[in-house]
Ligand binder design. Structure first.
Ligand code: GTP
Ligand code: MG
Length: 348
């Protein structure tokens, strides 16, 4: 549960100029959260600590493990692990829900404006969505990071202004997070730039292992009560690509990327937050007709991301944004400009 006070803190950042109160680390109230790992048979505090060290905080994380994986992780016998997994599945009431219930669940989703009405419309009208991964891929300078910074401001807006009253986490793999650009974007919508910057939690990921570990830290922050509604990974693939560059390493790279994307999706679904990832492109020599540009990571990334946008430079320094293979939206494209004080729409 996100405390009202945290939401007020975010509201202040985008409207009033009351001094921001430091986030108060709250004890998680058990009753609010439903059954916890510790409630499972055979899972004691020691096993919980080991599971948490492996990034598993919730029943869902445990329910999807195999008995042998759990027994390795938590140092318990396979038969105890099997019982714990079965119990977690029961407690979570895993299984089918009716289409109607599914529709109800989807009403909990938040949307976050990109700052451009054109791009918001391309994404169904209201920008990116929680419980989903939205990927932007494109060449350098195509606007992937600018869109990320704009979203980090947008998420802080109240619901009726296209935001989600939340904070953003920014995992920066290439040192391209620019606070001065956030200031410009914040000032562009008349918000208090200092407060907007305070609501963006930035971490530099130095390699792919570190990038992986930072996800656990995000899960902890949420558990501590931070009202995080957006997680940005800029860039998703750069470290993986650099570290696993040899020909024989492709399978390894893909496997690790796959695991990372699954963890991202799990955090997004469990905490109702939006994930925005950026991705580079490469030229595909096999493509003889049309645009030879391909996103890094191939099908693994393509399938794991709910929404994919391809960004490229258009006429007169505009940016063309194309939606690709969406589960529920038509393939379409739109145009916007990157200006000093934010993204600006131009006629399509
Ligand atoms: P890589 O990370 O290199 O792959 O590229 P990217 O897609 O993340 O590019 P990014 O989003 O950083 O876009 C950079 C482009 O944004 C620049 O080439 C400029 O065209 C534009 N841009 C950045 N800052 C400003 C600014 O202050 N004013 C204006 N008008 N444009 C800006
Ligand atoms: Mg960038």
């Amino acid at each position: 549960m996100v405390a009202k006070k945290d939401i007020d803190e975010v509201k202040e950042a985008v409207s009033g100029d009351v001094e921001v109160v430091k986030p108060v680390k709250k004890k998680v109230v058990k009753e609010d959260k439903g059954p916890q790992l510790i409630d499972l048979p055979g899972v004691g505090p020691g096993a919980v600590a080991k599971l948490e060290a492996a990034g598993i905080y919730e029943l869902m994380g445990l329910a999807v493990l195999t008995p042998s994986a759990l027994s390795d992780m938590a140092g318990m016998s396979e038969s105890v692990a099997r019982k714990a997994i079965q119990a977690s599945r029961k407690m979570m009431d895993m299984g089918f829900v009716s289409g109607l219930e599914h529709e109800e669940k989807r009403k909990e989703l938040f949307n976050i404006t990109t700052g451009s009405k054109n791009v918001d419309n391309l994404l169904g009208g209201k920008g990116i969505q929680t419980k989903a991964i939205t990927e932007a891929f494109g060449a350098f300078g195509s606007g992937k990071t600018q869109l990320a910074l704009s979203l980090a401001v947008g998420v802080q807006l109240p619901l009726d202004q296209g935001g989600a009253n939340g904070k953003a986490v920014y995992i920066d793999t290439e040192g391209t997070f620019r606070p001065e650009r956030v200031r410009q974007f914040a000032e562009g919508i008349g918000a208090n730039a200092d407060k907007v910057l305070k609501n963006i939690l930035v971490a530099r990921a130095f390699n792919s292992d570190h990038q992986m570990l930072l996800l656990d830290r995000v899960a902890e922050l949420i558990k501590e009560g931070e009202p995080i509604r957006l997680m940005i990974i800029d860039s998703l693939t750069a470290h993986f690509r650099a570290e696993f560059s040899g020909r024989g390493m492709l399978a390894d790279r893909q496997q690790r990327l796959n695991r990372y994307l699954h963890n991202l999706m799990r955090i997004a679904e469990q905490n109702n937050l939006a994930v925005y990832v950026t991705n580079q492109v490469m030229s595909d020599p096999a493509q003889m007709f049309g645009d030879p540009t391909k996103a890094i990571g191939g099908n693994i990334v393509g399938h794991a991301c709910t929404y994919r946008m391809y960004l490229r430079r258009g006429k007169k320094d505009s940016r063309v944004c194309k939606l690709i293979d969406s589960p529920d939206l038509p393939d379409n494209e739109t145009v916007f400009m990157i200006e000093t004080d934010g993204l600006r729409d131009i006629d399509v």
